[in-house]
Design a protein around this ligand. Structure first.
Ligand code: ARG
Length: 467
């Protein structure tokens, strides 16, 4: 390093020994990652402090040099945090920007920091640390979203709404039950996040370029200092592996798909035609020309963000798929995909949590809609099975005739006079009207996981204990 620092102008200060001249301007532009990987500065410095501390502990560098290095790195940390650090594209990436500044600050001792490591394990470390923190943040944000749904579900455990299949009225359900469906979905996303944290919880540092190192390093010590469960086991895999980034993107894509379905439902529910929910002013926008409008822009943007996240997942899978082991520079393109997806996912979860918390639920509109479209037809069929002993298939047929009659009369099933129903099947009595209301319909569906308010409350209790 002491030699290299003398010819920074013409060739690189990290490997200038072998090079007669500096890079072409285009080479520098295509090669540099500092524009985006400066985001990793805190992880880079943490990793370097742990590495230097271990090197000194193992007697590979002196305690004095270690102290200088650690002090210098902490100075750089505060310089970057306070915006007093000049990033240089000539220095390519965050690792070399930090190391070059360290040399300016502490002199030759800085050159000892890179003993027994390579940028290949360094970047793997920094990026893992970053993704781990992002996963932890995602876990917390999902917990917040689940909490928002649990509150709404509790409030609406008895509020009846139409349940849909094919977006056609199917059977009455409760709004609380529908909210709890999202709790299940985001609960699975959170479980995936927790698994991913477990998978990536191994420290790459010490794999060096790809083959490990001849220095007597202690990888268990650095792993522990950096909060990892243990060191990775294979040095080639360690510098080749971006599964942790791809797992993050996969999880983000699945969660994004869930958020997008929710967004779509909110868009539909908030139309004047449905009128099931009204978004708060805080989470909607007006129109510059149509004064009556209240647009669900946030929901629409959540739906769209999913496209970006999916794009990032496909991009990184494609970047990685043809690479031989171990490190190739292609892998530098991993970070922007993950950073962009992380930003989109955070925004989408935050926006959805706000919308769910704030939206007004129009229970009267929901209930009215729940009763239309012959949504209790299955209840009539079930009554015929239970009370008149018909096989379900026959009951289905009888009910179909009742629906057709109601349709021709332009009325609901519960509005058909008993004589009409008895003309279709003589065993029908006036007791049948008890099951034709939407409340009776939902209350009867007490099967485990069903829509009866008692079941919904049981589901809520299950998740409250786990959130
Ligand atoms: N900036 C690089 C990246 O993001 C760091 C690793 C570079 N390693 C190398 N051997 N050129 O991947």
């Amino acid at each position: 390093m002491a030699d290299d620092t003398t010819d920074t102008k013409s060739s690189n200060q990290m490997w200038g020994g072998r090079f007669a001249s500096g890079p072409d301007a285009i080479m520098e532009e295509i090669n540099a990652s500092i524009g985006f990987d400066k985001k990793l500065f805190a992880q880079d410095i943490r990793g370097s402090i742990a590495h230097a501390t271990m090197l000194a502990h193992q007697g590979i560098i002196s305690a004095e040099d270690k102290d200088k290095i650690v002090h210098g790195l902490n100075t750089i940390l505060s310089e970057i945090e306070s915006g007093n650090f000049e990033f240089s594209r000539q220095l390519e990436d965050i690792h070399m920007n930090v190391e070059a500044r360290l040399a300016t600050l502490i002199g030759p001792a800085a050159g000892r920091l890179h003993t027994a490591r390579s940028r290949n394990d360094q970047v793997a470390l920094d990026f893992r640390l970053w993704v781990k923190e992002e996963l932890q943040k995602t876990e917390q944000m999902l917990t917040g979203l689940i909490a928002a749904f649990l509150d709404r579900a509790e409030e609406h455990a008895e509020s009846v709404m139409p349940g849909f299949t094919h977006l056609q009225t199917a059977q009455p359900v409760t709004f609380g039950h529908h909210c709890m469906a999202y709790v299940e979905m985001f609960g699975r996303d959170r479980a995936r996040v927790r698994h991913a944290i477990e998978h990536l919880d191994e420290s790459p540092i010490g794999a060096a370029a790809l083959a490990g190192t001849g220095y007597p390093i202690d990888r268990h010590m650095t792993a522990k200092a950096l909060g990892f469960r243990e060191p990775t086991r294979n040095s080639i895999d360690t510098v080749s592996d971006r599964d942790f980034a791809i797992e993050f993107l996969s999880i983000a894509a699945i969660a994004g798909m869930h958020l997008s379905r929710l967004a779509e439902e909110i868009v539909i529910w908030s139309t004047p035609q449905f009128g099931f929910v009204r978004l708060s002013d805080a989470f909607s926008t007006g129109s510059s020309i149509m004064p009556q409008k209240k647009n669900p822009d946030a929901a629409e943007l959540v739906r769209a963000k999913t496209g970006r996240i999916n794009g990032s997942l496909v991009a990184l899978l494609t970047i990685m798929k043809g690479l031989p082991l171990a490190y190739s520079k292609d892998m530098q393109e991993d970070k922007e995909q993950v950073f962009d997806a992380a930003e989109s996912l955070e925004l989408a979860i935050a926006a959805m949590t706000g919308m769910v918390r704030d939206m007004t639920v129009n229970t009267a509109r929901m209930k009215a809609a729940a009763g239309s479209g012959y949504s209790t037809a299955t209840d009539l069929a079930d009554w015929l099975v239970r009370e008149a002993g018909l096989p379900f298939r026959d009951a289905h047929h009888v009910t179909g005739r009742a629906v057709a009659l109601a349709e021709s009369k332009g009325c609901d099933l519960s509005e058909l006079p008993l004589s009409d129903l008895q003309a279709i099947h003589s065993d029908i009595t006036d007791k049948v009207y008890d099951v034709l209301t939407v409340e009776a319909s939902v209350a009867s569906r007490k099967s485990f996981g069903g829509t009866a308010p008692s079941e919904v409350r049981r589901q809520i209790a299950f998740w409250r204990a786990r959130n």
